[in-house]
Design a protein around this ligand. Structure first.
Ligand code: ZN
Length: 362
């Protein structure tokens, strides 16, 4: 494999820049040059997810500054290494990184959230974007806290699921779930499918895991990923469908993986006595969740939101993917050149694909 010599590294590349709501442009920008402690990686594959779609529609998100480079899931090959990293990182290494880094302990006292183990809530969290480009700069803090070398015999498109899987690893680490609990996953998109598979591997073959969705193809994928039931709630009442399928109209744990106010309300109605609503799909600030205090208190209903991940979750996701524990091949339903980013975003909006993989045009 040949790596770009200095002149190429100082050249230009076509990268996706997000300017605002539904305004993404492929622009000629300089290929980044790594400063001290930084690396620049050639992007081998990137992945477009529903968060990217939301960011594209809203033109804003906690994870990204506008205007700014776009895309946060990638696997690449180190092209250039900044000062101070010799011995650990070198050109040619295949790597995957998370899209953020919390306070690095070696820089002195960490923030209050990092101190209490809530690094996903870090007050100084640094997000990184720029996956939709031929090259991406990895900042020093991310290099130190959330960058992993991956074995050369692992397909890069498998490892591109590191960030989404880390979010699910974070969730199952924090939410109290028992192997005898009945779980409903509301939304069988890629994240819902990672949830189904993670629960099946973690809690064994006896757990009742019900996937609810409006698309039969996604419910079929849910069965492949380990769901015991796949129920199409497009034309039916979810409680009635559950009653027929599993003998009860509710579940002990209901995971909302769609990210709308309506589906959060639906999820809340499906939580049984002593149960938990996991708010996993992010809703933009504004809408309210109407909650019956009688149910909340006397039925001890918990509402457990889960956002993002910590470095420990990223490490766990990398471990699972390298070990081949997660059948992510079922989630990859399209491969497109990077120049087709808008097409990929539209496919996600239309729900005609699970997870499109982007390959930079070379
Ligand atoms: Zn912090």
């Amino acid at each position: 494999m040949i790596f770009p010599a200095e002149p190429t590294m100082q050249g230009l590349m076509r990268a996706a820049v997000l300017y605002g709501a539904e305004d993404v442009r492929m622009e000629q920008i300089p290929i980044p040059v790594p400063g001290p402690g930084e690396i620049v990686a050639q992007v081998d594959v990137a992945s477009v997810d529903f968060t990217d779609r939301k960011v594209f529609l809203r033109g804003q998100h906690p994870m990204i500054k506008i205007p700014g480079l776009f895309g946060h899931e990638w696997v690449g090959t180190i092209a250039a290494v900044g000062a101070g990293l010799a011995g650990r990182w070198r050109p040619g290494q295949r790597v995957v990184a998370a899209n953020s880094a919390p306070c690095p302990p070696e820089d002195g006292p960490v923030c209050r959230q990092c101190r209490r183990g809530r690094q996903n809530m870090c007050e100084n969290i640094q997000y990184n974007n720029g996956a939709f480009a031929p090259y991406i700069l990895v900042p020093s803090r991310l290099v130190r806290m959330n960058l992993y070398e991956i074995p050369s015999d692992i397909l890069p498109e498998r490892m591109v699921f590191t960030e989404p899987l880390a979010c699910v690893a974070h969730a199952v680490r924090r939410v109290a779930i028992h192997s005898t609990d009945t779980v409903v996953i509301l939304g069988a998109g890629p994240m819902g499918l990672l949830w189904v598979n993670t629960l099946r591997r973690r809690y064994g073959s006896d757990q009742v895991i019900v996937a609810l969705d409006h698309q039969d193809d996604r419910l079929a994928a849910a069965k492949v990923m380990g769901a015991s039931h796949g129920l199409n709630s497009k034309d039916g009442n979810s409680q009635e469908l559950l009653r027929v399928a599993i003998g009860r109209p509710d579940a002990d744990v209901v995971v909302e993986v769609i990210g709308t106010a309506e589906t959060h309300c639906e999820a809340f109605t499906l939580v049984g006595r002593g149960g938990t609503l996991v708010s996993f799909g992010g809703v933009a600030p504004g809408p309210r969740l109407p909650v019956d205090f009688g149910r909340l208190h006397y039925e001890e209903i918990s509402i457990h939101p889960i956002y993002h991940h910590t470095p420990a979750d990223v490490a766990e996701a990398v471990r699972q993917l390298v070990a081949g524990e997660v059948p992510v091949e079922h989630l990859i339903t399209a491969r497109l050149p990077l120049s087709e980013l808008r097409t990929a975003l539209q496919m996600i909006a239309d729900r005609t694909t699970l997870r499109p993989i982007l390959i930079p045009d070379r």
